[in-house]
Design a protein around this ligand. Structure first.
Ligand code: ACO
Length: 329
């Protein structure tokens, strides 16, 4: 019988800028406290890129590390898919900038805008390309310079976000390992729960708008929280079910790192032990599309993931949009 070709992650990489911003730093700029931030979010510090470091600069570091682990050359890459809401430019895509910086002459490069779900959206697209035989070696990236769209006068949001990049190399495999199932869904009717109102064609950028912070991220945190818990749980269970597996088969859950209370609620609803859920939100905060590949790379490099393990990745973000993937490692 012909063996099924699956898309398999053969390398991961990540990058975080060296500059740390700890909770005490926020006590100096907004009315907040370390106690509030830790107890309500789980975040203790986050990384902030220097002004002259762009989104693509961070991505290049993460992609290089993923390529090295995958033992791929730049010429091997057929497609580069980048999830980001903080592109270097409006045009061209950040993927094209990364392609030029790294020299990937044989690749098609494009961005997808799915906020915190950007990496999983890209992984889902890569899976389809590989299973259809369109491309063989694909790099999927999640990268954000969220500090560039954060309003540091708004205590509701500024304490949450950080900068980072994560990447994975995906290739065809017929050994039985690879991506077994993926799921994506969105609810555009809820778009104003998490958005940047100004700067597009609906409300073009103006000096007045910039003064009241409308060109930065706004979020109705508690509304987003409820949808995030519900849909991340449903999405995670769906890919387990679609793969013909059960909850007990899950070796590791790699969730989007938005809030430790969301992760704890997800853990409880999934009925898995907390030792089976990867958490690094304390060190990096919410890095949007970089969050899942950064956590995946840490888990991979630290030996938390073993060959044959079933790993569930799940994310949720502005759109609203959410999704999941189940990988047999
Ligand atoms: N320090 C002190 N007090 C604060 C702070 C702060 N940094 N931020 C908010 N508060 C206050 C509020 O003003 C409010 O005060 P009030 O009762 O006097 O009005 C009180 O704390 C409670 O505010 P809530 O918003 O109800 O607090 P909540 O417990 O919901 O926590 C949070 C807020 C952390 C934002 C949480 O709702 C959350 O994590 N939401 C989900 C975020 C998420 O998943 N985002 C998706 C991905 S992000 C992306 O796509 C880029």
């Amino acid at each position: 019988m012909e063996k099924k070709i699956r898309a398999r992650i053969i390398g991961t990489g990540s990058y975080t800028p060296p500059r740390r911003m700890i909770n005490a730093d926020f006590e100096k700029i907004v009315d907040t406290s370390d106690e509030w931030i830790v107890s309500r979010t789980g975040i203790r510090e986050r990384r902030i890129a220097d002004d002259d470091m762009t989104t693509s600069d961070m991505a290049v570091q993460a992609v290089q590390r993923a390529l090295e682990m995958a033992r791929c050359t730049h010429e091997d890459i057929d497609a580069l898919i980048v999830g980001t809401v903080t592109p270097d430019y409006k045009v061209p895509s950040t993927a094209c900038v990364i392609q030029e910086k790294m020299g990937m002459p044989n690749a098609v490069a494009f961005d997808n805008l799915a906020a915190c779900a950007g990496f999983l959206n890209g992984l889902s697209i890569a899976r389809s390309f590989i299973e259809c035989g369109v491309y063989r070696k694909i790099v999927v990236v999640g990268v954000e310079k969220l500090s560039s769209i954060t309003n540091y006068k708004d205590r509701n949001t500024c304490v949450l976000f950080g900068d980072a990049a994560g990447a994975a190399v995906v290739a065809p495999d017929d050994s039985g390992a690879g991506i077994l199932s993926t799921f994506m869904k969105s609810a555009g009717s809820l778009r104003e729960l998490l958005w940047i109102p100004v700067g597009g064609t609906r409300n073009p950028y103006s000096r007045e708008n910039a003064l009241n912070g409308s060109d930065k991220l706004r979020m109705s945190g508690s509304d987003v929280f409820k949808v995030a818990v519900r849909e991340m749980c449903t999405s995670a269970l769906k890919v387990v079910d679609d793969a013909g597996l059960e909850r007990k088969d899950i070796a590791l859950v790699v969730p989007h790192q938005a809030n430790i209370r969301i992760i704890d609620a997800l853990t409880k609803r999934l009925g898995v032990g907390s030792d089976k859920v990867y958490v690094n939100i304390d060190m990096y905060g919410n890095t949007s599309s970089a969050s899942v590949p950064l956590a995946l790379d840490e888990a991979n490099r630290s030996g938390r993931i073993k060959p044959g393990d079933h790993v569930v990745m799940v994310a949720f973000g502005g759109g609203l949009i959410w999704g999941s993937a189940l990988v047999r490692w």
